[in-house]
Design a protein around this ligand. Structure first.
Ligand code: F3S
Length: 375
């Protein structure tokens, strides 16, 4: 409670407010090291327990049994210790995902304390919930206190667009949505109202939105945008909107993010993909021929633990299609390849269609990444 009060005071908050859901980030052993593991364990052993529903971000690949040898016993055990400690504190054991809204979907106006920039921007922009972009430890403290400080995006008056961004052409692929997001994040620093036509069926549209918002939150510190016609609580009138400063985005301006495929491995699932989204991508968007053309012979898909728990038939159904065409499919449940040392699993480079993965893989996972204009 003292941590939340002091963070709130530093930000000029007048009071604390109750929250209904906390989401903790920063749990990969590669990010937090032994000190981070011991910090979380100490909290658990001293009796800290969450007082509201709480989820947590994905782990390192070292968590998975199949990569135990690749990362070594020490890292595997450290990651297991983090999960055991979080579970003792009361984190939902089905979590370890960056799409916590799949486990519990907040409604408009709910106050949250979420870390994980891609989930925060989705919660504020698409669900109409209210959360600041918390750091992992502050989100953990808020989970225990059941409260957060009343500042930033918890206050309605701060949730208004200040600039109008018009994307001049239709966006119809995950890669293009990512590139547009990376670009908007680079050039905008205030909450924008984005006018963009996303051409996809409802399931794929959500994949495009997730990837675009995660990319915006990668190249900026934005925790919220308004998507015209999609975001639920836009309070500006049309006249108010017409008075905003305007920026046009021509798709030609975002093409420089794309490269030729640099790897025989394609990473999907940044943010994590649900079973319905994977099915939509496989049945409507990607073909084995297309992957072959890109030189891809392995597809890694990061998924929530839930998909593993309920989705073995999904895996069988989809992997059958891929293996028939000589492409290996791997589901990565409850982990994030981006916050894992990918050299340890024998990779030198990764192709992806997700802007956030493309940006962070070289910085955090230690291998080359390229954003391919596909899917
Ligand atoms: Fe999720 Fe990892 Fe991407 S946490 S948003 S898969 S960087």
């Amino acid at each position: 409670m003292r941590v939340i009060v002091e963070v709130g005071e530093a930000l000029g908050a007048e009071k604390l407010i109750p929250i209904s859901h906390a989401h903790i980030s920063g749990i990969s052993v590669h990010n937090i090291g032994i000190e981070g593991v011991e910090f979380i364990e100490e909290m658990a052993l001293k009796g800290a327990r969450v007082s509201v529903y709480t989820t947590a971000n994905p782990c390192s690949l070292a968590y998975l049994e199949k990569y135990r040898d690749a990362y070594g016993e020490k890292l595997h055990e450290l990651q297991q210790r983090v999960v055991r400690a979080l579970s003792m504190i009361g984190v939902d054991n089905r979590s370890y995902t960056c799409v916590p809204y799949v486990l519990r979907r907040p409604v408009i106006g709910e106050h949250l304390a979420w870390a994980e920039s891609s989930a925060v921007i989705y919660a504020n922009s698409i669900l109409g919930a209210r959360t600041n972009r918390e750091g992992g430890p502050v989100a953990l403290m808020a989970a225990i206190a059941g409260r957060t400080y009343y500042a930033g995006l918890h206050i309605d008056e701060n949730r208004v667009p200040n600039v109008l961004v018009k994307v001049e052409s239709d966006v119809d692929s995950i890669a293009m949505a990512s590139a547009v997001g990376l670009y908007i994040g680079e050039v905008i620093s205030e909450i924008p109202l984005i006018q963009v036509r996303l051409v996809a069926d409802p399931v794929m549209k959500d994949v495009l939105i997730k990837s675009m918002l995660a990319s915006i939150a990668t190249t900026s510190s934005l925790a919220m945008v308004f998507l015209d016609g999609i975001s639920p609580d836009l309070r500006r009138t049309r006249t108010g909107i017409s008075q905003l400063e305007k920026l046009s985005v021509d798709l030609k301006e975002v093409k420089h993010y794309f490269e030729e495929s640099c790897s025989n491995v394609l990473l999907l699932g940044c943010p994590h993909l649900t079973a319905a989204e994977i099915r939509a991508i496989i049945s409507k968007v990607v073909s084995a021929e297309q992957l072959k053309k890109l030189g891809i012979n392995k597809v890694m898909v990061a998924v929530p633990k839930l998909v593993e728990m309920t989705g073995s038939s999904l895996y069988n159904e989809i992997s059958g299609y891929f293996t028939k065409h000589g492409i290996e499919l791997e589901f990565l449940p409850a982990v994030c390849p981006v916050v894992s040392d990918l050299r340890s699993v024998g990779l030198e480079s990764v192709s992806t269609v997700h802007g956030k993965a493309w940006h962070y893989i070289p910085r955090l996972a230690g291998v080359k990444a390229c954003l391919v204009n596909a899917l």
